[in-house]
Write a protein that binds this ligand. Sequence first.
Ligand code: ATP
Ligand code: MG
Length: 322
Amino acid sequence: MSIIEKAASRIDHTRAPAPAPVVVEHDDQMVVLQPHASPATALPPAAAPHVPPASAASPVVAPGAARAEPRLESRTTTSKQGTRQVELDLAAMREAGLVTAASGRTSLLEDFRVIKRPLLQRAFTQATGGRPNNLIMITSSLPGEGKTYCALNLAMSIAMELDHTVLLVDADVARPSVLRTLGLPAQRGLMDILVDDKLDLSDVMLRTNVDTLSILPAGTSTPRATELLASSTMSNLVNEIAHRYPDRVIIFDSPPLLLTSESRVLASHMGQIVVVVEAQGTTQQAVQESLRQLEGCSNVNLIYNKARDIPGIEEKYDYNYG
Ligand SMILES: Nc1ncnc2c1ncn2[C@@H]1O[C@H](COP(=O)(O)OP(=O)(O)OP(=O)(O)O)[C@@H](O)[C@H]1O
Ligand SMILES: [Mg+2]
């Protein structure tokens, strides 16, 4: 039984009440992360990478709990050269519980530091089966499990690295939410490039006020999305995106695996895949079916989201990342 199957087999037995992500990797590495609050809780100034006890009582927002969403007022402008620039509302993003460089040391930041480390370590190693490892897809079985949340926070966290730039692609083309979450209106993007051969990446890519972060919106919705994502135009595009800058990591926020065929097609381009599993939400059967659909893909990881831990596993596997 693989470690992912072991983790999956425990999911139905876990009844922890609070949100927290857990990452399980194929290569017997597992990271248990503490719950974080929204807005993110400030950490004490002393540096201390942590693995909290299961009883750690950080304030948390229960899944679905009502809370006032801060209004994000990001803006898009176009420069004289035609480059589109987004002014992200970083203060409101922090209020909304997202990772930002201005947040200081927070538990959320620490959590995503732990999540990104193994992904970055692999990102610039030899491509597996011709799929560049700097292409990282975030998916899950069903809607609402935290894909966009994890994709955005991971992108922001990697953008804070000195040695990397990030392109966040909204590849959930049927129900795009990256721009909406950032307080921005829908704009041309991925689908438009695939449909219109006169458009290229630079026409639709958004630069942001975080110098190292760019965004490729989902673009105009089309019923041919799956075919377009499977097309040779898409293969050429992802190849170009992956290789144009040697330090660039590309994060794809994706649709749910069990409801659409788009995610499976997208997965076929990716060097690394992260499957978000929602504690007390995603069933064991759904996780197993999702993993089955990803058979043949390399470097599949899990984030076990919105739960405190997976009892028993943490004693068994080493999670020293300090
Ligand atoms: N670890 C977490 N802690 C607190 N809130 C979370 C966490 N993960 C996700 N959420 C919240 O849960 C809700 C659903 O998350 P999100 O939109 O990322 O899901 P999704 O999988 O992208 O959904 P969809 O399939 O509809 O696009 C959002 O309000 C998000 O802020
Ligand atoms: Mg989403």
